[in-house]
Design a protein around this ligand. Sequence first.
Ligand code: FIX
Ligand code: ZN
Length: 434
Amino acid sequence: MGITSVKQPNITGAPSSAGLLNGEQIQSAVEEALSSTQFIDVHTHLFSPAFGNLGLWGIDELLTYHYLEAEFFRSSDTTPERYWNLSKRERADAIWRALFVENSPISEATRGIIAVLNAFELPTGSSALEEARAFFRTQSIEEHIRNVLRIAGVSDVVMTNDPLDPEEQPAWLNGGQKHAKFHAALRLDRILWGWPRHWQQLASQGYAVEEKATGKSAAEVRRFLSGWYERMRPLYMAVSLTDEFQFPDESITSKMLAEAVLPSCREFGLPMSLMIGVRRQVNPRLRLAGDAVGKADLHAVENLCCAFPENRFLVSVLSRENQHELCVYARKFSNLMPFGCWWFMNNPSIVEEITRERIELLGTSFIPQHSDARVLEQVIYKWRNTRLTLAPILTNAYRRIHNDGGGISRGDIQRDVNRLFRSNFENWTGRRIG
Ligand code: FIX
Ligand code: ZN
């Protein structure tokens, strides 16, 4: 136990003895630990160079991020149909004009662009776009990756790897990837909820699966997962689920989870990541930006954690309304690890609320954040914002201990930051990373 009890509460902020920090020292110790600790980014959509064009980077990709596309249609008369007819460069031009020239970039996603430009000492004014393009054109990807991760304070990133993605599959079949900083996660959306549209892909690869997932289907999916486990060596298996997700029920999703995916996770010692609460394509005209959020029924998480005590679950929920009950479930089930402030939750006001709630209910037994970056340089602003938001929250948590009469040292703070941003994930996956 790292908290040393002292008899008299030291509320005044006067220096403490024996390496214990006073109220003011706590703040700088927290800031130092946050800035010097290399984080593991446990969920991204980034790809290592082995995946070629799947790996997105540079200013045009940053500007056409789907978070910004959603905001663009609120500040421009351009219809989605017209927008999709433009080239990538023209789309980036239109977004730059609407969100950075004609309006101030005060939303979270637009601010991110400014922070990235600033990190590379590029101008941020309305005429900055061409200079940014020229800068990114001259970067070589391997060195650029090293730079970006260094600036972001991230040691390792976990990708999202779908074995049934026709764009991604060839790279794995041609030897896969061995980049030391990029790690695989075996993503199973096409199997777990996209079965009706994808089972034939498995059948055509020689697996004896059936449309209704009957007969040998579950056993054959296990054989498929086994092959992909060998090929990818993933850190976990994962799926994103809608707000309507239930477990157990009569669906193919429930059956495949219970009879194929969770047994495979147990066999290979992998956690299962569940990202719950998306409402897919409420506005299909916006494509990737067309998904929304709904409050889910977390009895499904309760039932899973209870029925499969030998499985470890990583869970992130998209609805603000589900955050508190997720913490409560984590108190009931030690095989449940809440992680990240996902997507619409990744804004300072909400991150603050969720993180305080988690600390109050779970101490340091959760993973505060992942970046969900789709474009390499986004890790710079997303992790910068996480550190900025978390510094006062952690500082206040330690000050409370201090004011209650407990002692806190730099070593305690460093140990906790390490646990939150590295070892909780390492222990969950059973792997030392980096
Ligand atoms: O399913 C997911 O992993 C989601 O994070 C994404 O698909 C989503 O579009 C996103 O980029 C959120 O940040
Ligand atoms: Zn994601």
